[in-house]
Design a protein around this ligand. Sequence first.
Ligand code: SF4
Length: 54
Amino acid sequence: MVDEKSKVNLGRCIGCVNCVAICEVSAMKLVKREEEVVPPKNIMELYQQIMMKK
Ligand code: SF4
């Protein structure tokens, strides 16, 4: 909550759309991020991505 209003933490939002689906006053909408993040295809690709960042 910020100034008595809810605020989305964009660093943690995974785009599940649950907040959009349940909002009774249609206050929420999804906006596409400028940078597209493609999740790893499998656990090995995930580990490779983690190791590349270290
Ligand atoms: S889309 Fe809405 S409910 Fe889903 S993670 Fe983001 S803020 Fe939370």
